[in-house]
Structures are given as C-alpha cells and as structure tokens.
Design a protein around this ligand. Sequence first.
Ligand SMILES: [Zn+2]
Length: 233
Amino acid sequence: MTGAGISTESGIPDYRGPGGLWRRDPDHEKLVTIGYYLADPDIRRRSWRFRRDSPVRAAEPNAAHRALVELERAGRLDRLITQNVDGLHQKAGSDPERVLELHGNMFGVVCVGCGERSTLDEALDRIDAGEQDPACLACGGILKTTTVMFGENLSEDVVAEAAGAAERAEVFVAIGTSLQVMPAASLAALAARSGARLVIVNAEPTPYDRIADEVIRDPIGEAVPRLVARLTA
Ligand SMILES: [Zn+2]
C-alpha cells in the first residue's frame, strides 16, 4: 500500500504533509471538497486551474514505483493499494487490474449529473480554449475529476477488494503513508490482525510502528528497491 511519500521523489508535493500546500493555504482544501466544489463556480474554476498546473501531469515514476513492478513480475505482488491519484504505478508498468486506487484517479473526469465519463485532457483542452468551468457535453451538468474529494464516499468495491487483499497477505508493506487516514490505517491493522508480517517504510513515525515487524526510515527510492530484492530473493 502506497501513499504520498512514494511520489515526492517524482516531484509531487505531499499536500497534506509537513510544510504541505494545505497547511500554508487552508483555503486550498476547498478546491477538493465536494460541497464547495458543487456550490461555487469560482471554486470549480480554481480547481481546474489547479489540475492544469499540477506537477502530476508531467511527473515520471521513480525507482520505488519501478521496484514494485519488478515485485509484480516476480509473482510476489497480489494487490497494489494506493492513496495516490497520480497514476504513477500504472505509468511505471504495474498491471492496472492489480492497482486499487482508494482515492480515485485525477486523469478521468465524470459528470455528477449523468455519470458520463471523459478525460482530464479533454476538459483541459476546453479550458485552454477559454471555458473556465466546462460543463458536461451530454447534459450540461457539473464535471469533476474521478478523484474522491473530501465529503465524498470511497468506492465500496475498491475498499472491499483492498480489505480482501489485506486479509490474505503474507506480507503487507505500507510505503510513504502516515497511516492516519482511513481506510489506509485500518487496512494495515487488518493485515496484521490476519497474520501478515507488517513492514512500514516511512520517514516519519506512524501509529502502527509498534505493531510492525519492521520499520524502515530510509529514503523510499532506496528502501523499496532493497526491500523488493529481499522479497524476491
Ligand atoms: Zn452529464
């Protein structure tokens, strides 16, 4: 299971972490809170500009993402649960069928009115052409990225599949996540309770360090390839 920490070495800031954008500008959180987003066209215009200017669009996977592809190819990775919406696991070559995105993905767009699906690129093309808050072409409804915003429910199917993976894991590795947001925190606990060895790779302490079999504080880009080498030996 991966969190924001695996992508910081790809140049994607941890918006919620220490020094993160959301701590410097609490107003920013409104851009990704569904109530504000639906109610206020200005929030939507700012939210689309935030997506357009996001470093995620140009980001490349790093050594840790690539190591997890190796783990999969060695037949040792069952599911890759992620809190990230940056798509870097798939971009690195992870099988999309095995990637469970708890918080969705920012490269898809959905209409909140009729459910019509499109892509971020299509929406940004319209924004570049002068529409600041593009509406659904099918019904005129409000469009949003397929990320799970604050105030929205996670996909029950994704959470259930992640819980199943946690229950059957022999080793559950939590990488670059503070394990303070649900359901990520409960998945680590569920895995440990179900008999998995729990390995935590994170720069900062987490609430689950004391029940972990191993805690690794080294930089993720070095620690994960080393760990994968051990798991595939
Ligand atoms: Zn629509």
